[in-house]
Design a protein around this ligand. Structure first.
Ligand code: NDP
Length: 257
């Protein structure tokens, strides 16, 4: 299948590790040039160098905090006109509604929603100049099936999904497609680190399996590549009639239709 991503340029927030890095590799394997965004510039630069060498594409890092307006401005200024935007930066939370303070709600709103708003405002004009583009939002199954311990995550990811749908309507006439992917359990270094903290070096694999068993469906974590391949397809011309939709990549965890 020819994805026709060669010589396109993509901005990937959170493209320096985990799912975002796997998306970067999937796009680079198709010849797409990359800007990898993360706060830790040295990690981004190391991965950009590695990917450029491995896949023969142009790849560079932009050190920026996309939870801030200034960070988004820095990304927009450094990237210039691009074809593909992957809003992937994000992180889980842990709180109760009774106890979480406004500042925590505000931080996750800025990270999960305002980053996507600000980057769309800054990067869509360049996509229009190029004659079109693709935007993918990485939300979560939690956007529609909440986990009890992370109300702020659930709520802000649901808002991101609605933002994605609304943006899709606004730019549909500009040949820009906008979609959301909702992953389930994806085995990233962060999951492994947390599992080791909870269950120790000997018990972490059993702990992760218990998490997967509780989710049901395939009862396993996805590899980041299993989400990344889907995202690369959505960015490609092969998905030319797909816009304004949300796609689940969750191994059957979602309990509703
Ligand atoms: P990781 O924690 O492995 O990586 C997060 C990435 O985002 C890093 O590159 C990090 O770089 C970057 N990042 C975090 N905060 C910011 C910020 N303020 N500004 C710029 N970059 C930032 O995450 P995952 O790969 O696990 O998750 C990626 C996305 O997928 C998230 O949105 C998450 O909610 C979603 N998701 C993950 C699932 C999972 O099971 N892993 C399941 C469902 C959804 P740095 O720290 O250097 O800034």
């Amino acid at each position: 299948m020819e994805l026709n991503l060669s010589n396109k340029t993509a901005v990937i927030t959170g493209g320096t590790v985990g799912i975002g890095l796997a998306i970067a590799e999937a796009l680079a394997a198709e010849g797409c040039n990359l800007f990898l965004i993360g706060r830790d510039g040295s990690r981004g630069e190391a991965e950009a160098r590695r990917i450029a060498g491995q896949f023969g594409v142009k790849a560079s890092a932009i050190a920026a905090d996309v939870a801030t307006a200034a960070g988004c401005e820095a990304v927009i200024a450094a990237a210039g006109d691009i074809d593909i935007l992957i809003n992937n930066a994000g992180t889980g939370s842990n709180e109760t509604i009774a106890e979480a303070e406004d500042a925590k709600w505000q931080y996750y709103w800025d990270l999960h929603v305002m980053a996507a708003v600000r980057l769309a405002r800054g990067l869509v004009p360049g996509m229009k100049r190029r004659g079109g583009g693709a935007i993918v939002h990485n939300a979560s199954i939690c956007a529609v099936q909440p986990l009890w311990y992370e109300p702020i995550y659930n709520t802000t990811k649901a808002a991101l999904m609605m933002f994605s749908k609304t943006l899709a309507n606004e730019v549909v006439g500009d040949n820009i497609r906008v979609n959301t992917v909702n992953p389930g359990l994806v085995l990233t270094p962060d999951w492994i680190k947390t599992a080791k903290q909870i269950a120790g070096e000997d018990g972490y694999e059993a702990h992760l399996q218990a998490v997967a068993d509780e989710a049901g469906g395939m009862k396993r974590f996805a590899a980041p590549e299993e989400v990344a391949r889907f995202v690369a397809f959505l960015c490609s011309d092969m998905a030319s009639y797909s816009t304004g939709s949300t796609y689940f990549v969750d191994g059957g965890w979602l309990k509703t239709v």
